[in-house]
Design a protein around this ligand. Structure first.
Ligand SMILES: Nc1ncnc2c1ncn2[C@@H]1O[C@H](COP(=O)(O)OP(=O)(O)OP(=O)(O)O)[C@@H](O)[C@H]1O
Ligand SMILES: [Mg+2]
Length: 252
């Protein structure tokens, strides 16, 4: 099964074409890495998966993106449904200026229309924090401000906030770029845990990271998806010369 199927996806910012006829399929409960040089369209592709590009003026998109059997590019798409199912974590962790508890309860309240009351909310907060291995650290600090946490804790909290609403897909745009190597290794470990239940797409500049954590890898260049295959294959036997040049550091 695939979590996301992309068919002939094109995207323009005004006159500039940032995605060029991209087609690929993301396997369910897999980690897929998107790599490529700065400006090649990695973040653009990730953002289009939950229609965050809608907010940018002058954006035009063509093609199909099928998630749960629906082409999410169709005008009638329920964006609340989409963003519940396809959550995004960013480069800089961005918790709300609220308590740890409220950060997780916030999205949950929106998506569950308040059913079940506080007991159930407490349970969701605990389960979500446990699944990102923050519960033991934070169980006595639930009502402290999230902005006071360490960078790594903030990033974990942002992941917990997504998990609270039980998405299908987690999109991560360079989620470790502000973290030190030890924290990065721990987040990678967490990703391996999470892929038992979620499909993950990670954008990374770091080829070692892609090689370490992902099952599949896509290499992008100038808006084109040059190669998309098993990670091991892309790093050991790339088919396209441009992929080979990039992974051996000879690009540019
Ligand atoms: N809002 C926008 N308006 C116009 N052009 C944009 C916009 N956002 C991105 N672009 C352009 O689209 C191209 C792809 O950008 P994108 O941010 O997707 O690349 P990226 O691969 O994520 O780069 P990086 O590795 O630096 O994060 C770039 O040429 C960029 O300048
Ligand atoms: Mg980017």
């Amino acid at each position: 099964m695939n979590s996301i199927e992309v068919q002939d996806l094109n995207l323009w910012y005004g006159d500039f074409q940032a995605l060029k006829s991209v087609s690929c399929a993301f396997a369910e409960k897999n980690i897929t890495a998107i790599i490529g040089p700065s400006g090649c369209g990695k973040s653009t592709m990730l953002r289009v998966f939950n229609r965050m590009n809608d907010l940018i003026e002058g954006v035009r998109v063509s093609g199909r993106i099928v998630i749960e059997g629906r082409n999410i590019l169709e005008p009638g798409t329920d964006l609340v449904w989409l963003r519940k199912n396809v959550g995004m974590v960013f480069q800089r962790p961005n918790p709300f200026p609220l308590s740890v508890y409220e950060n997780i309860a916030f999205g949950e309240k929106i998506h569950s229309s308040g059913t079940g009351g506080k007991g159930r909310l407490d349970q969701v907060v605990e389960e979500s924090l446990r699944s990102v291995l923050l519960w033991d650290e934070l169980k006595d600090k639930l009502h402290k401000p999230a902005l006071g946490l360490s960078l790594e804790q903030k990033q974990r909290l942002c992941i917990a906030r997504l998990i609270a609403v039980k998405p299908q897909v987690l999109l991560m745009d360079e989620p470790c770029s502000t973290l030190d190597p030890q924290a990065t290794a721990r987040i990678e470990e967490l990703m391996r845990e999470l892929k038992r239940e979620y499909s993950i797409v990670i954008v990374t500049h770091n080829m070692q990271q892609a090689a370490r954590v992902s099952d599949d890898t896509g290499f992008m260049l100038l808006g084109e998806l040059v190669e998309f295959t098993r990670t091991q294959e892309i790093f050991t036997a790339p088919k396209d010369k441009r992929t080979e040049e990039y992974i051996t550091g000879r690009y540019g």
